[in-house]
Write a protein that binds this ligand. Sequence first.
Ligand code: IMP
Ligand code: MG
Length: 193
Amino acid sequence: MHRIYAPRHHGGEDMHNDIEKILVTEEELAEVTKKLGEKITRDYAGKKLLIVGVLKGSIYFLTDLSRHIDLPCHIDFVQASSYGSSTVSSGKIEIIKDISDDLTGFDVLLVEDILDTGKTLKHIHDMLSKRNPESIAVVTLLDKPSRREVDIYADYIGIDVPNAFVVGYGLDYDQYYRNLPYIGILKEEIYKN
Ligand code: IMP
Ligand code: MG
């Protein structure tokens, strides 16, 4: 029998067992993405919208959110270096996947899964600002304001979350748990040993 899901740091084959507590349910996620999408639709009417997802964590949020943005738009992705298997940001950001050099005329909407220290998004924001966009705004599903270390704010925020390590709906620990349909707090024993 093939055992694909049995890495050493995880509790076992049932991902749900590794979750301490569900923080945001599927129903709440659907509600929040709809509300944000409708607000963005109102704000971006008549603009040349370019939605830029920050890989990989934003993919679930972006696909749900963009279906509630009832406007013509382009969709693209950037990818920055990730945490590796640690739960704290290294602060060193490297761009692995980039978008066009010229953003003239575009109103860029950056889509993030979570704003933590803010270092990743600040780096991407500064990089894209230099490419002559009409505007740049940020939408983040989750915000951990108590953790911010650099000066960056989201224009649209789904939910404020406490200072805990969360996974699911795109968010990972060591590349696992992205496909959980809800957002949950990961049991400490999974990442502390
Ligand atoms: P920042 O540069 O510290 O703001 O980190 C942003 C990135 O770190 C996010 O895009 C996530 O990929 C990751 N991250 C931060 N906090 C969490 C968390 O609680 N769970 C999972 N990933 C997180
Ligand atoms: Mg990550």
